[in-house]
Design a protein around this ligand. Structure first.
Ligand SMILES: Cc1cc2nc3c(=O)[nH]c(=O)nc-3n(C[C@H](O)[C@H](O)[C@H](O)COP(=O)(O)O)c2cc1C
Length: 202
């Protein structure tokens, strides 16, 4: 089967189901009233190591018809935290994807416990086993779809990395303890259950 990328969007679910598994950045950010927003983004990844950088891809509008809160907030207050999504927080992560108004905080609505970050003014989710504390590097406007729904790329500098001692064993991240959840297509998610090593050619 071949799909030309047209407005018919018949390729869309296949496209999203091929870019798997995707890590999930559960992004905390702050609105102009100081309220903390929290939302999951699976168009999320690291793109550089030294200095370390992340990208987030907010697309479309929230229910209010505005750009998604994460984008608006980071534009106005250029700091955010990427909270890691482990098995234990998967359900509350999913609930936080509901399109709350910009003046409603997912943290307050869903009773999510947070703690102060070290380098940025945005709190982090206490139950997440790891956090990237970030400042905004750049926001890039991407082409909109044929109906005018916008796409953006948020690029951030990671300036602090917080890792729970529980998930470090023998100076390595213990994936069995981290239990990262990743996003697949449709309503599917994945857990890692097979790990193998390969040496790079010399
Ligand atoms: C696991 C998961 C991954 C998601 N990834 C994205 C994404 O990459 N880009 C996007 O625009 N929305 C994504 N969403 C939807 C947003 O989380 C949702 O639109 C949310 O209401 C945005 O919140 P905000 O307006 O507070 O930023 C995802 C939802 C889930 C459950």
């Amino acid at each position: 089967m071949f799909y030309e990328v047209t407005d018919k969007n018949d390729w869309l679910t296949h496209f999203k189901s091929l870019i798997v598994p995707r890590p999930i950045g559960w992004i905390s950010s702050k609105n102009n009233n100081g309220q903390i927003n929290l939302a999951p983004y699976s168009f999320f990844n690291a793109i550089a190591t030294i200095p370390p950088m992340v990208v987030i891809g907010p697309g479309g509008y929230s229910k209010s018809g505005n750009n998604k809160d994460t984008l608006l907030n980071i534009k106005n207050n250029p700091e955010f935290v990427c909270n890691f999504v482990s098995w234990d927080v998967k359900d509350i992560m999913n609930e936080s994807s509901y399109s709350f108004d910009n003046n409603e905080s997912e943290i307050e609505k869903l009773n999510i416990e947070t703690e102060n970050s070290t380098m940025v003014s945005i709190p982090r989710v206490k139950l997440s086993p790891a956090h990237f504390e970030c400042t905004l590097f750049k926001i890039i406007d991407l082409p909109s779809d044929s109906k005018g729904n916008p796409n953006h790329l948020i690029i951030g500098n990671i300036i602090g990395i917080n890792i729970s001692d529980k998930i470090i064993k023998n100076d390595r991240i213990d994936i069995g303890e981290l239990k990262p959840i990743s996003r697949m297509g449709y309503d599917e998610y994945a857990l890692i259950n097979t790990i193998f090593s390969m040496k790079r050619p010399k």
